[in-house]
Design a protein around this ligand. Structure first.
Ligand SMILES: CC(C)(COP(=O)(O)OP(=O)(O)OC[C@H]1O[C@@H](n2cnc3c(N)ncnc32)[C@H](O)[C@@H]1OP(=O)(O)O)[C@@H](O)C(=O)NCCC(=O)NCCS
Length: 194
């Protein structure tokens, strides 16, 4: 059990992912993405968590995985600095609407800032309204439409966000109190990788 998971019951913790999280992340991917081709499988998750040029984070409550997020880091010629690509973001259906996805994204962006990232981009299915709204709220703007990006007739959007130098970067660990009220009801999520 990771150190954050021993803390107060009922709180949500965000921390860096570890090899011990791989099985739970792969199970979450399976739960979130119905189609096998849309999800990361166990070996892919293991590779992403272990990747040196990347940041993977998990959200847990009482030691159980609620969600995860992952960014790839690479030299970005356009920004003449490090760039980051949000490569995975998923929250289990039972934990949606509580702010977990937003918190994971906030922490991921902060971690990217610590790695010197100055521009962040991602791809999302163009019909994934929930995720697109979340990205807009976190400063991403539409860059371009990606025709047939996810297969024939399944289009994507590329979204971008500048990551200003010197932005205040909070620590990785974060504790969010359990919400007082029940989660908001939302339409069924649309599938799609960032
Ligand atoms: C997208 C996803 C990660 C959001 O996680 P979440 O924990 O429910 O998100 P949050 O509770 O932090 O929501 C934050 C904001 O996201 C937006 N949002 C998230 N899901 C939404 C939905 N289904 N419908 C409308 N808005 C949504 C809203 O702007 C919300 O802010 P507000 O309601 O306070 O105004 C989650 O729905 C998910 O895992 N979906 C399936 C996988 C997926 O689509 N991943 C992204 C691929 S690009």
């Amino acid at each position: 059990m990771a150190k954050d998971d021993k803390a107060e019951s009922g709180t949500v913790h965000i921390r860096l992912a570890a090899p011990a999280d791989v099985a739970a992340i792969a199970a979450l991917e399976k739960q979130v993405f119905a189609r096998a081709r849309e999800r990361f499988h166990r070996q892919q998750v293991a590779n992403l968590v272990a990747r040196a040029k990347g940041v993977a984070m998990v959200a847990t409550r009482d030691g159980r995985l609620l969600g995860w997020a992952m960014a790839l880091l690479r030299r970005d010629a356009r920004a003449a600095a490090m760039g980051g690509r949000v490569y995975a973001l998923a929250v289990g259906p039972e934990a949606r609407g509580l702010g977990v996805g937003g918190l994971l994204l906030t922490r991921l962006l902060a971690a990217m800032g610590r790695h010197g990232v100055r521009r962040v981009w991602l791809e999302v299915r163009d019909d994934n309204e929930g995720a697109i709204k979340l990205y807009h709220r976190h400063g991403f703007v539409r860059d371009r439409h990606l025709k047939d990006y996810y297969g024939r007739g399944v289009h994507g959007l590329r979204m971008l966000r500048d990551h200003p130098a010197g932005a205040k970067v909070p620590p990785v660990e974060h504790v969010m109190p359990e919400p007082k009220s029940a989660p908001r009801r939302r339409p069924a999520p649309r599938k799609g990788k960032p």
